[in-house]
Design a protein around this ligand. Structure first.
Ligand code: HEM
Length: 308
């Protein structure tokens, strides 16, 4: 028996398909024959579990691959949350706070789980399989760079001493000086590492496009556009965001580099070819997305352990 509720739904469906010039009856035929959805198809489980292709038979390489993949998925969620804040036609305090809380949760999870890298692989195994990965490096995480670009004015991603001379310059010139480019360039010769060259070839155009798209509405500007009383409400969450991405996560990450690459008297070279002891610590890098919400003293102490 067709109830009035079902009849009403059929009518609405008819209207929906008619509006697109489609015939409801054919779509109902489709429903008759369609399979039931399963969990494994819905989340593409077979594909997911087949996305690990170690370069060596060394068992712990799988941990390294899977943890990078987990991190990239959290980066994807972060970018989706940023997009919702930055592209919202009308940004409310609630929307901003909801998305900031989500991002902070993602990064809290990443920071808390980084022990999986720091202490979760056999050091000898790591040192063996890493040579098969040359010249790939997490340095080439395009999503991490995108999070940075969407978070703040591009000039804040240039090392501090070089910012002054970039005043009034276009985005493309600022992008040329973004901190990680000089990080992967040999000081003596000015030559770019292969890791950097390949990374630039794949992503530089995307980064410029993104920087243009977010020039007027990155997270920093979105915050500045809020009325003062709302800024105050949002500020603690924004501080967490800055600390999570620019201090806490980099410190945990640095800890893993120290565990595997620190060796007396000479450290082991990184696969990406940076001078990693200089390049990685947040107290050297001093990237801050929202300098206006920190005191001069806090900025002076940026990245120091006590600041954790
Ligand atoms: C044992 C674990 C790890 C070690 C020893 C390690 C080591 C390094 C080193 C030495 C660098 C400097 C670039 C280079 O010369 O290669 C670097 C950069 C980087 N790695 Fe890792 N890494 C590890 C895990 C991870 C994980 C799980 C991720 C997650 C995606 C990641 C993401 C990054 C990013 C985004 C950078 C660039 C950082 C920046 O530019 O400030 N790394 N890593």
């Amino acid at each position: 028996m067709v109830t009035t509720e079902i009849a009403d739904k059929i009518k609405r469906l008819e209207e929906k398909y008619a509006a697109m010039g489609q015939d409801l009856s054919s779509y109902l035929d489709g429903l008759l024959y369609a399979d039931y959805l399963t969990y494994w198809d819905y989340i593409q489980l077979d594909v997911l579990l087949n996305l690990q292709h170690p370069r060596t038979p060394i068992p712990d390489e799988n941990i390294f691959i899977i943890y990078h993949q987990i991190t990239e998925l959290y980066f994807k969620l972060t970018l989706q949350a940023i997009e919702q804040v930055c592209q919202a036609p009308e940004l409310t305090a609630d929307l901003f706070k909801t998305q900031l809380k989500r991002i902070n949760n993602y990064f809290r999870n990443l920071i808390n789980s980084f022990e999986i890298m720091v202490d979760g692989m056999d050091k000898q195994q790591f040192l063996q399989f890493r040579m098969a990965l040359l010249p790939a490096s997490g340095f080439q995480s395009g999503q991490f760079r995108k999070i940075e670009i969407c978070s703040t004015g591009l000039v804040n991603l240039v090392y501090e001493p070089q910012r002054e001379e970039l005043k009034g310059k276009g985005l493309s010139e600022v992008l040329d000086r973004i901190y990680w480019r000089s990080g992967a360039t040999e000081l003596a010769t000015g030559k770019k590492t292969l890791t950097l060259r390949q990374f630039e070839e794949k992503y530089m155009r995307d980064f410029l496009f993104l920087a243009e798209r977010y020039q007027e509405n990155n997270m920093q500007l979105r915050y500045k556009q809020l009325p003062p009383e709302v800024q105050e409400e949002v500020m603690p969450l924004l501080k967490e965001y800055d600390l999570n991405i620019n201090v806490r996560w980099p410190l945990m990450h640095y800890k893993s580099a120290v565990r595997y690459l620190n060796r007396k008297p000479e450290d082991i070279a990184a696969t990406g070819g940076t001078n990693w002891q200089q390049y990685l610590p947040p107290r050297h890098k001093r990237i801050v997305f929202f300098p206006e919400i920190w005191t001069a003293e806090e900025l002076d102490n940026w990245g120091k352990l006590a600041f954790e």
